[in-house]
Structures are given as C-alpha cells and as structure tokens.
Unconditional design. Structure first.
Length: 76
C-alpha cells in the first residue's frame, strides 16, 4: 500500500491495492481544489435548477430559455 500515509500504513486492510487506486484517483490537491471550485457553481439552487431543466429539455430557443430562467431563478 504505497500511497497510504505513513501513519496509517500499519492498518489492516483487505483490498490494499484498491485503497491505493482510490487514493491515486483523488489526484493532486490543486486538481481537487479546481473541481471543488467548479462544483461550487452548482451550490446556487437557481443555477442547479436551470442546469437540470436544460439537461432534461435539450436545446431551447431564446424565448423558452427566458421563461425557464425566470422560473429557475425565482420559482415563487
């Protein structure tokens, strides 16, 4: 288990190679921060609603997007 931190290297695991693969998949901290920044854009309910609606509807013309945007930004 070459990627496990030294202070945890002595812990018993069943799938040590899978643990290393999982740690490797996380990648560098800078890469993780970049993804966190991207996903933070979805923390706004209006933005997320708009993306979900567009994903479901596919391509829309300008007037339809305008109506959708009005609903997603202020759904009251």
């Amino acid at each position: 288990m070459h990627l496990v931190p030294a202070d945890r290297a002595g812990q018993r695991t069943i799938d040590g190679h899978r643990v290393c693969d999982a740690i490797a998949a996380v990648g560098e901290p800078e890469r993780v921060r970049a993804w966190a920044d991207r996903f933070s854009l979805l923390s706004d309910p209006g933005r997320l609603s708009l993306l979900l609606a567009l994903h479901e509807a596919g391509r829309l013309v300008d007037g339809s997007i305008s109506a959708l945007l009005k609903h997603c930004v202020s759904p009251d």
